[in-house]
Design a protein around this ligand. Structure first.
Ligand code: MLT
Length: 210
């Protein structure tokens, strides 16, 4: 099911209203279908909303431009965050959804982190897999205890450990309830991520229903 909105996307309606919808944000070279199986596995019954990034890098979709690996075009990033927040608002109206929890991988995790910092009203929380600091100088933001899970890889060749820690610090200082776990993994997403995502998302659904 997908209405005509400002991003090419897929929407799968959920069956469990206690669960927040998931906003699935793919990594570089992915598309709107990539994370649907992960979303179904880690949040059974949740509505799934999966846009395709609108930037092309050598033909590969991304959510914002970069100047080099890990070096971001922050002016483009800020504009793309606004575009994504507008899409989320459109999709909430079209599909009748509460604010989603973002589940982002790599480039998708980075735009999710930037969205928390720049447009916090767009998200109820976020699970950030292999995320790094998206903005050198984030604005003052009040995240009002929104839940954030960061899953980093100890052997990640793209995201240095100190960078992931800095992101956790930025989000915690902005008031998010941050859980940061570092797995014995590289940049790729593995079974340990799936297990941690599932239990974090289930605990969050229980909080909300309470
Ligand atoms: C990014 O550009 O967002 C990060 O370098 C992660 C990636 O997409 O490879």
């Amino acid at each position: 099911m997908s209405a005509t909105l400002s991003f090419i996307h897929r929407f799968e309606p959920g069956t469990d209203r206690a669960r927040a919808p998931l906003l699935l944000l793919h990594g570089t070279g992915g598309d709107e279908t990539d994370l649907l199986p992960l979303g179904r596995a880690v949040a059974p019954g949740a509505s799934l909303l999966a846009p395709r990034g609108q930037v092309l890098e050598h033909g590969q979709p991304r959510f914002f431009r970069r100047l080099a690996e890990g070096v971001f075009d922050e002016a483009d990033l800020r504009a793309r965050v606004d575009d994504l927040a507008r899409f989320v608002a459109e999709a909430r109206a079209a599909y009748g959804l509460p604010a989603p929890v973002a589940l982002g991988f790599s480039n998708g995790a980075n735009i999710a982190a930037a969205t928390l910092l720049l447009r916090p009203e767009a998200l109820a929380g976020a699970a950030l897999v292999r995320a790094m600091v998206p903005l050198a100088e984030p604005p003052e933001t009040d995240l009002g205890a929104k839940p954030v899970l960061i899953l980093s890889g100890a052997l990640d060749p793209i995201v240095p450990a100190a960078n992931a820690q800095a992101l956790a610090g930025q989000l915690a200082r902005a008031g998010a309830r941050v859980e940061h776990r570092t797995l014995p993994a590289g940049h790729g997403l593995g079974q340990a991520d799936v297990t941690l995502l599932r239990s974090w998302l289930a605990a969050d659904a229980t909080d909300r229903a309470a």
